[in-house]
Ligand binder design. Structure first.
Ligand code: SF4
Length: 705
């Protein structure tokens, strides 16, 4: 079954009609995992102006916002907003669009079976949407083929924390604990650009005399604020962590009482760390031995310390082992599970945390339950009113799912919510080919993203301030994002879209469009799971400015610091895991002599589908650039402002040169908010988390033209 020839017609442009639901609605930012609190006010008397002001009562931002947050109101009045379903580019009514999608799903599944239809979600979806999407896939479509773009974000940290602590919660402590630490080591995170209000907690720590150590191949805005910056070769963080552990052991900084009382497996890790003497690590990482010794001493001498990892350490084919190496370092120092100290992952996407807890991940059911666990299947099936054997098993991970689209044994149809993989997936040119080979692509989005432009059916959805729902921020604090304005007529929420399809495919039972009803069901489905939300209500979230999971009962206070008494492992001990360094999957050679590393800039968010449509943000950074060292620029005979072509084994793209001594001479950096950069990146996958190696691949650079 082939889809008809398509012509994408002109995008319907209509300025949404707005009426304020309530002036000064307290809600949260549409973007990153800090989920800054903000007030949204709509003034209909002055042309439907949306005003954003920061909230003081949310500890994560406490009165601060970044450029993205301040300008988020422009998303609500953007002329690029989709307000009509599109069928092969032609505006149609909702019934025609949903009838068409349901008919095509039936046809594909008759020919190819339930797994002929796949679902792809996003880490920006509310908990309610993520839950409903997983339920729709398993219960209505009966497909195992569901995963989400959070796999590209924090899955390596999730895998490593699960195997060390038996639980994956980004920060297992309130973010305000950082201000009380004496030292913080941040590996591969640039919070000064990605989530600026985060920095106030580090600044408060430094104001008390605490020390900040940053590990990054670039002198980032965060690294510039550090007391010590370690600048390793891309792809060598794991060796650096092993070297730091070696010094901590040899210099006598191990907290032996803590290790004996609260951990298991240290002997094997101590033995393997012995082989990572500092001089060997310096040869691999380029980080001077003296700097490693200073870092180990700062951490070892601190009464309270935290070790944090971000995407720079995690987005590698060895990302899980790299995070394990930093957790081993934290455990040797006796940090996790002590008040004011710990290990944490600085989660990226808005609901990166909650989005991975409630069932849109290939191997999970709500409550962070494993889909291959018979007891978990029985519990969730009972909530959904089906038999456990009717639930499909685990499916493919995100890249493997996208890579299988349209193949002989892969899905033939894809329903996509809140994601833009034509820009954000590694080896994006290949993924676009796979998407184009589908019989049916349905995209729910608020703007015509690059992936939506490839779709047979585009469904215009409501956005952050036009709907209510819960988000779980990087601390594991469940927050309520409240509706502040009425949506434009023509847009529907994802909950309404899923119900519309469920009605046509199965009957409406069990697919509410009311976020609160969905959340109450989610609470029952998560009860008894690792991410237990049973005791969290909308009322409590508002009254308590968020509730930390696990929270198993309405009279339970929530759990800001879950590891104080025991870890979530069967014996209550944290597990050291032996890991070894290995080079990147693709190292540099004479043909591709430079490392490419990718990341974010302050003014833009993820694939840029939203922020590239905000003039004030585009005015700050309007397109892709290539950051390179002056020595490399001299060799290439280029200066800032010239257009460069960057070529890897998978594709090529262009960007404007930015000559900057802040980067290593053997490395170039490109932000990933525009189409093109991920044409270059390497889809080599981590064997545990299935995270692609976004952060390092081999390229050559030349002048364009
Ligand atoms: Fe806060 Fe992140 Fe929004 Fe910036 S993008 S205002 S840091 S939640």
């Amino acid at each position: 079954m082939k889809r008809p020839e398509r012509t994408i017609g002109p995008m319907p442009i209509s300025l949404p009609t707005r009426t304020p639901v309530k002036a000064g609605t307290a809600t949260h930012c549409p973007y990153c995992a800090l989920q800054c609190g903000m007030n949204v006010t709509v003034d209909v008397t002055v042309g439907k102006t949306v005003t954003i002001t920061p909230r003081e009562d949310i500890p994560a931002n406490a009165g601060g916002l970044c450029q993205k947050g301040w300008t988020a109101g422009e998303l609500l009045t953007s002329g690029e907003r989709l307000t009509t379903p599109l069928l092969y580019g032609r505006p149609v009514g909702w019934n025609e669009a949903l009838d068409f999608v349901a008919d095509r799903i039936r046809a594909v599944q008759e020919e190819h079976g339930p797994n002929g239809v796949a679902v792809f979600g996003g880490g920006g979806l509310t908990n309610e949407k993520a839950y409903q999407l997983g339920k729709f896939a398993r219960m209505v479509l009966k497909t195992s083929q569901i995963d989400y773009n959070g796999r590209f974000c924090m899955s390596s940290a999730a895998a490593a924390t699960n195997r060390a602590f038996g639980m994956d919660r980004g920060l297992p402590f309130p973010i305000t604990d950082l201000a009380r630490a004496d030292a913080v080591l941040l590996a591969g995170g640039n919070v000064a650009e990605t989530m600026p209000p985060f920095v106030r907690h580090l600044t408060a720590m430094r104001g008390r005399g605490g020390r900040l150590i940053v590990i990054d191949p670039r002198v980032t805005a965060t690294a510039r604020q550090a007391d010590l910056h370690l600048q390793p070769t891309p792809g060598t963080d794991l060796a650096l962590a092993l070297g730091l552990l070696h010094i901590v052991i040899t210099e006598g900084h191990v907290d032996e009482d803590y290790v004996a009382a609260r951990t298991s497996g240290f002997d094997a890790v101590r033995t393997s760390a012995a082989a990572w003497w500092p001089e060997r690590v310096e040869r691999i990482t380029g980080v001077p031995v003296a700097q490693m010794r200073v870092a180990a001493a700062i951490l070892g001498d601190a009464d309270r310390a935290a070790i944090l990892t971000g995407r720079g350490a995690e987005q590698h084919a060895k990302g899980t082992d790299t995070v394990s190496a930093f957790i081993n370092l934290a455990l040797a120092l006796g940090l996790p599970g002590r008040e004011g100290s710990g290990y944490g992952c600085v989660t990226g996407q808005g609901n990166g945390q909650g989005g991975r807890e409630h069932g849109q991940k290939a191997d999970q059911l709500p409550g962070y339950r494993r889909i291959d666990d018979p007891a978990a299947r029985a519990h969730v099936a009972a909530v959904w009113g089906i038999e456990p054997e009717d639930l499909p098993g685990p499916g493919r991970s995100a890249y493997e799912l996208l890579d299988a689209l349209g193949t002989a044994d892969g899905p033939r149809a894809l329903l996509l919510f809140g994601s833009n993989p034509a820009v954000s997936a590694p080896r994006a040119g290949h993924i676009a080919e796979r998407i184009n080979s589908l019989d049916l692509l349905v995209v729910s989005d608020l703007v015509m993203s690059e992936t939506a432009a490839l779709a047979d059916v585009v469904l215009p959805t409501t956005q952050w301030a036009e709907e209510s729902g819960t988000m779980t921020n990087l601390e594991g604090r469940v927050l309520l994002r409240r509706q502040a304005v009425a949506p434009p007529s023509g847009a529907r929420s994802d909950l309404e879209i899923l119900r519309g399809l469920a009605v046509r495919l199965r009957g409406a039972e069990g697919f509410s469009t009311d976020p609160r009803e969905v959340f109450d069901e989610l609470r029952r489905a998560s009860a008894g799971g690792i991410a237990d939300y049973a005791g969290i209500t909308y009322e409590r979230i508002v009254a308590e400015t968020g509730v930390f999971w696990p929270c198993p009962a309405e009279d339970h206070p929530g759990t800001p610091r879950p590891f104080l008494d025991r870890f979530a492992t069967p014996d209550g001990r944290a597990r050291f895991v032996s890991v070894e360094h290995r080079p990147p999957e693709e190292d540099i050679d004479h043909e591709y002599p430079l490392y490419l590393t990718t990341g974010r800039v302050l003014a833009h968010y993820q694939s840029g589908a939203q922020t590239r449509r905000i003039p004030a943000l585009n005015a700050v950074v309007s397109g892709p650039f290539v950051e390179l060292h002056p020595d490399l620029a001299e060799r290439l005979e280029v200066s800032s402002g010239e257009t460069l072509r960057v070529i890897s084994r998978r594709g090529e793209t262009e960007g404007v040169a930015r000559v900057n001594p802040a980067i290593r001479p053997d490395t170039v950096f490109m932000p990933f908010h525009w189409p093109g950069v991920n044409l270059l990146t390497n889809p080599a996958l981590d064997p545990v988390s299935r995270m692609p190696e976004f952060k390092v691949c081999a390229v050559r650079v030349e002048r364009a033209g």
